[in-house]
Write a protein that binds this ligand. Structure first.
Ligand code: EAX
Length: 348
């Protein structure tokens, strides 16, 4: 091959990567996934994804986190936020983090339990009855021990933010009791075995689906209903396609902030400490934003013509009794000791 062509190809193979990095990290910034550090005083840019709209408490929490990072260490870290599944669904983002092509994301533990078995504990229905008990378990030894299982899967979990108590919506019938589920009821669930079996055990047709596909599937009647906390329902305008809401609170969904271990390990210790402290500090604020909105969102849904069965009008004992078979089926594989440990906290 002529010398000049060889020289040309060599130049090309050097220029392309250089131009890529210069594009992403322009103006003295480092992309976290570029594996550089801040000891040279350059800003670290971290891409953080999630599947919900930028009006959801996930996103509001991340914006507050950016402020706190800036207050604590001006110019050190810039969070590039990617809402609305722009970086893919929760499974995609978790796989991207294992590969090192994705820096960080907020995900429900229901997605994480496909990568780390022990997180399936939070998929047991009606396990955590109140916010207080949920925080006690998550922020205490049990929750932290579960996070410590993540590095061997290629993740670093920092703290549990909140998705919240999940409720059922549908467009077929008003639901009070498990026996009110319409015949052949097609309900979307997260891509999670125990959550699917929970609804299958009640006679429904559970259809796992990434969040980004749900609105259209409801609109087209591919599914009849779905289940999520009110901030997800309202920020994603589910009330436009589902008008019956039953506040069952059947799952409390924690939402940990998870980093790619590759990205996390590329940070110098001071940056890791800054991130950990700031994420833990923002946790209280994010939970408050998520939790405090529940009351007014229920009223908003009613004002928009939805029929809302409030939590106090739901016979939780009837749902718990109907779902006991899920405990019987899964507590051994999850770990009877872990289930008992949590029930001890809950019943204390
Ligand atoms: O974590 O997919 C869902 O229903 C979740 O609520 C969403 O992924 C947020």
């Amino acid at each position: 091959m002529k010398k000049s062509i060889k020289l040309f190809l060599l130049l090309i193979s050097v220029m392309i990567p250089l131009s890529f990095f210069s594009g992403c990290g322009s103006g003295g910034t480092n992309t976290a996934s570029g594996g550089k550090d801040s000891s040279d005083g350059e800003k670290i840019v971290i891409k953080v994804g999630h599947v919900l709209p930028d009006t959801h408490p996930y996103h509001i929490g991340l914006q507050r986190l950016q402020e706190i990072l800036e207050e604590k260490h001006p110019g050190a870290i810039q969070l590039d936020l990617f809402p609305n599944s722009t970086m893919g669904g929760e499974r995609d983002m978790l796989e991207g983090m294992q590969l090192g092509t994705m820096d960080a994301a907020i995900v429900s533990t229901a997605s994480l339990s496909n990568f780390s078995d022990q997180f399936r504990i939070f998929d047991l229905p009606f396990l955590l009855p109140t916010y207080e008990k949920a925080y006690e378990v998550l922020d205490g030894e049990i929750g932290q021990t579960l996070l410590s299982t993540l590095p061997e899967q290629g993740f670093v979990g920092i703290a549990y933010w909140e998705n919240g108590f999940r409720h059922i919506t549908n467009d077929k019938a008003n639901i009070y009791l498990p026996t009110d589920l319409p015949k052949a009821f097609k309900i979307r669930t997260m891509e999670n075995e125990i959550q699917m079996q929970t609804f299958i055990s009640l006679g429904a047709n559970a259809i796992p689906m990434a969040w980004s596909e749900v609105y259209t599937a409801l609109q087209q009647g591919t599914i009849d209903g779905q289940e999520n906390p009110l901030p997800v329902i309202c920020s994603s305008k589910i009330q436009e396609v589902n008008h019956y809401i039953t506040m069952t609170g059947h799952f409390y969904a924690p939402a940990p902030i998870v980093f790619s271990k590759k990205t996390w390990d590329s940070f110098p210790e001071d940056i890791q400490t800054l991130l950990r402290e700031s994420i833990e500090e923002t946790r209280t604020y994010q939970r408050e934003v998520s939790r405090s909105s529940e009351g007014e969102l229920a009223a908003q849904l009613e004002s928009e013509g939805c029929f809302v069965v409030r939590a106090e009008d739901v016979d939780k004992d009837a749902w718990r009794a109907a779902l006991q078979p899920i405990y019987d089926a899964y507590q051994d594989s999850i770990g009877v000791d872990l289930v008992q440990e949590i029930l001890d906290v809950v019943n204390a």
